[in-house]
Design a protein around this ligand. Structure first.
Ligand SMILES: Cc1cc2nc3c(=O)[nH]c(=O)nc-3n(C[C@H](O)[C@H](O)[C@H](O)COP(=O)(O)OP(=O)(O)OC[C@H]3O[C@@H](n4cnc5c(N)ncnc54)[C@H](O)[C@@H]3O)c2cc1C
Length: 425
């Protein structure tokens, strides 16, 4: 099966060479190289049309676990889900996790991913103590915030363009068990969202909202939670409370407005104060259905994720979507804090971040996404490369002011479909 990104758009034709050992040299190929993790990026930052992908699925060994110092060293192809399965019984958790656990460590670093706790923990890259980077010159650079600091800052959020990360050492956070004290609160409108968010971010470690932008106004469900100190005694009672049982099916299929209705009207069941959830349904609800991206068919879908500074920009984006008459699947809305990101091209910045999925229906969807991009650019925001398939060079340059500095660290043998698009003259 050809390698593709999660959105299945755009298509790319490329060779694939698996990396088996971290000691392997880079292969000699015609054309450019690009590392590939689990292909959970939506657009083309993990694609290399006409070139070669270095697949890292087999580069997945744990190298060293130091419980005393709370450190794990592992190969870059190790998946976050495998790491959590190892760590949680030992009383540790990853400080930052995205909305799926089927993500490699290399991919998490190269997009400097964020989680539901950005306002407290910042991005994934902040918790990387050091990493090894294999360059096409054959050099193996050990990079950290203290040593080779510039190359480290270019490689975190470096979109796979600075070389192949072979291993990384991650700082861990302690937890007392596998449970999350979770709560769901329905809301209407952005004012209610921001009020809930201001209160929740003081009291909870993890926050995120799912939204349905409709012409008659926004409605949403706000999820918040903390790691629980409760242990195995309540394990049996925890199962039925897990959330959200039916979600993946209706979240991704058919008219998702109806899906959202089903979820919204189930709020009586969902509300009920705090309840106990295992960590996986709380953090990774969509992982319950493998490869759910296929429900959009071969043409795939586009996810648009942006960061904006203020409510006015958010309002304009949501109005534009609602008035387009085009259906979006469930959207996600959360706020970013001001914890500095370590990468030159890191996406998170203070403000709010909105993501929306659109089935790929060609011109009408492209026009809408382009209009949203213009609102973001004009408002001084940024589009997230991990989710992007269309951003223009101008929008990329405007959203990432350290681009020129970053370019100095791009390995001459590495490139991607994304990079060629956003750097096109
Ligand atoms: C359901 C779902 C929910 C998500 N939720 C979030 C979220 O909450 N927050 C968030 O930030 N993101 C989220 N994402 C996006 C995802 O976390 C990122 O796209 C992540 O980078 C994917 O990792 P991957 O291993 O699949 O890497 P790929 O998608 O295969 O590659 C991503 C980039 O990493 C580079 N790369 C991969 N391995 C290496 C390596 N060893 N060395 C150097 N570069 C490498 C690639 O070249 C590419 O540029 C979500 C994705 C999905 C499908």
């Amino acid at each position: 099966m050809p390698l593709e990104s999660w959105g299945r758009y755009p298509k790319a034709h490329q060779a694939a060479v698996p990396v088996h050992w971290r000691s392997d040299p880079l292969p000699r190929v015609h054309g450019s190289l690009l590392p590939f993790g689990q292909g959970r990026s939506y657009g083309d930052c993990c694609l290399n049309d006409g070139g070669t992908l270095l697949t890292t699925g087999r580069l997945d060994r744990f190298i060293e676990f130091d419980a005393g110092r709370g450190l794990l060293r592992c190969e870059a192809g190790a998946q976050l889900g495998e790491i959590l399965a190892f760590l949680v019984p030992r009383g540790f958790f990853l400080p930052v996790v995205p909305g799926t656990q089927i993500v490699s460590v290399g991919g998490a670093i190269a997009n400097d991913i964020h989680g539901k706790n950005h306002f407290r923990a910042g991005t994934f890259g902040r918790h990387v103590a050091r990493l090894e980077l294999l360059r096409s010159s054959g050099e193996r650079a050990i990079c950290s915030p203290e040593g080779n600091a510039d190359l480290f800052a270019a490689t975190v959020a470096g979109l796979g363009l600075t070389g192949l990360i072979t291993w990384a050492e991650l700082r861990l956070r302690p937890v007392q068990g596998p449970f999350i004290e979770a709560e769901t609160v329905p809301f209407r409108g952005l004012d209610e969202f921001f009020a809930l968010d201001a209160d929740s971010s003081q009291r909870f470690e993890y926050t995120v909202a799912w939204i349905d932008p409709r012409p008659r106004g926004l409605r949403g469900l706000y999820f918040r939670g903390d790691h629980s100190t409760r242990t195995a005694k309540i394990r049996a009672a925890a199962k039925p409370a897990e959330l959200p049982i039916d979600l993946p099916g209706f979240a991704v299929s058919g008219p998702t407005v109806a899906a959202f209705d089903a979820l919204y009207h189930a709020r009586g069941r969902l509300r009920g104060g705090r309840r106990l959830s295992r960590y996986a349904p709380f953090f990774f609800p969509l992982d319950a259905v493998g490869r759910w991206n296929r429900v959009y068919g071969k043409r795939g879908f586009l996810q648009f994720q942006c960061a904006v500074r203020d409510e006015a920009a958010l309002d304009a984006l949501l109005d534009r979507v609602a008035s387009s008459g085009l259906r979006t699947s469930l959207g996600v809305l959360k706020t970013f804090g001001d914890v500095p990101s370590p990468g030159m091209l890191s996406f998170p910045r203070p403000g709010a971040t909105l993501s929306l999925d659109f089935p790929n229906r060609g011109a009408e969807i492209f026009a809408l996404v382009d209009a949203l991009e213009a609102i973001v650019r004009d408002g001084g925001g940024a589009v997230y490369p991990a989710k992007d398939a269309r951003m223009s060079p101008a929008t990329f340059a405007a959203g990432y002011p350290r681009l020129a500095e970053f370019e100095r660290f791009v390995d001459p043998a590495f490139s991607s479909s994304f990079w060629r698009r956003v750097r096109a003259a």
